[in-house]
Design a protein around this ligand. Structure first.
Ligand SMILES: Cc1ncc(C[n+]2csc(CCOP(=O)(O)OP(=O)(O)O)c2C)c(N)n1
Ligand code: SF4
Length: 277
């Protein structure tokens, strides 16, 4: 964790002066609000925090905060975030994006980031759709979701299970939140930042334009993971009865995160000499 600011800070200090272009009612507004509130609550100095994102409506979030940011490449937010954390372990590194970005094109990086277990926080705004490219099915769309013109009979394959995959792959802190419950989301993000390891938060964040029915998800979510388990097998057992709407922190590992040694780092000219053809 980086140095904290001694005086009280307002969460709006963590917002940039760029006005979001999200559709009115998009769940991502609440995620932005929760991230800035969590950073303010922890009193983290803005210059010691970086938010890395991929590409998609949700990935625009990096531009809307006043911490350091990098609006990266589709599906490649995690490699960039991990590279940054390795080079600058003193920084608090957050990574954010959508379900398409993180589970489709970036799915491979997701699994290996869980396994690598660097100390960073990954927030996926899951709206079960590719919002930015106008409503195609994503890995978390239901098999029988027929509203996309590209898959008029539905994707036909069962949805990706982010929490199961995160647990199986080795993530060290695993939670699910809903954008409509900002207080809970803020608390979860703050805890994830403080957790020393790879923290994954799936945030159900409605796309009101291409998935208008998601507005009703507020009636479906329920706070079921009331206490995080520290036993990975037990956490996986709890997912057997999960309906996809259980909220809370499911798992918190007590194992240490991976801290690579920098003893092999060489000056650049020495590296160039070694790799010269
Ligand atoms: C390499 C590459 N492939 C495809 C695209 C097109 N593309 C941009 S955003 C996106 C999907 C966005 O969906 P998601 O990550 O779920 O974010 P959302 O817009 O729903 O927040 C795609 C396929 C791209 N920009 N780059
Ligand atoms: S298209 Fe969907 S995800 Fe994108 S800004 Fe609009 S509501 Fe949000």
């Amino acid at each position: 964790m980086n140095q904290v600011i001694a005086h009280e800070v307002d969460f709006t200090d963590y917002k940039s002066d760029v006005t979001p272009v999200w559709c009115p009612g998009c769940g991502d507004y609440a995620v932005l609000s929760a991230i800035t509130k969590a950073l303010a609550g922890l009193g983290l100095a803005r210059e010691n925090v970086a938010l890395i994102s991929g590409i998609g409506c949700s990935s625009r979030i990096a531009a809307y905060t006043s911490v350091y940011g990098f609006h990266g490449i589709h599906g490649r937010a995690l490699p960039i975030a991990q590279g940054l954390k390795l080079a600058r372990p003193d920084l608090t590194v957050l990574c954010a994006g959508g379900d398409g970005d993180g589970f489709s094109i970036g799915g491979n990086h997701f699994m290996h980031a869980c396994r690598r277990n660097l100390d960073l926080t990954y927030i996926v705004m899951d709206n079960n759709v590719y919002g930015m490219t106008k409503g195609q099915a994503s890995p978390t769309s239901a098999a029988d979701w027929t509203e996309s013109k590209l898959t008029p009979e539905g994707p036909g394959v069962p949805p990706f299970q982010p929490l199961d995959i995160a647990l199986a792959a080795g993530a060290s802190h695993v939670a699910r939140c809903f954008s409509g419950k900002v207080q809970m989301l803020t608390k979860t993000i703050a805890e994830a930042i403080q957790h020393p390891g790879f923290s994954f938060i799936q945030v159900i964040s409605p796309c009101v334009t291409y998935r208008p029915e998601m507005r009703d998800f507020k009636n479906l979510v329920h706070e079921s993971f009331t206490e995080a388990c520290t036993d990975r097998r037990e956490a996986r057992r709890r997912l057997i009865d999960d309906d996809g709407f259980s909220l809370g922190t499911l798992f918190k590992s007590v194992e240490p995160s991976y801290k690579p040694s920098h003893r092999n780092s060489e000056p650049l000219d020495e590296l160039e000499r070694q790799f010269a053809l």
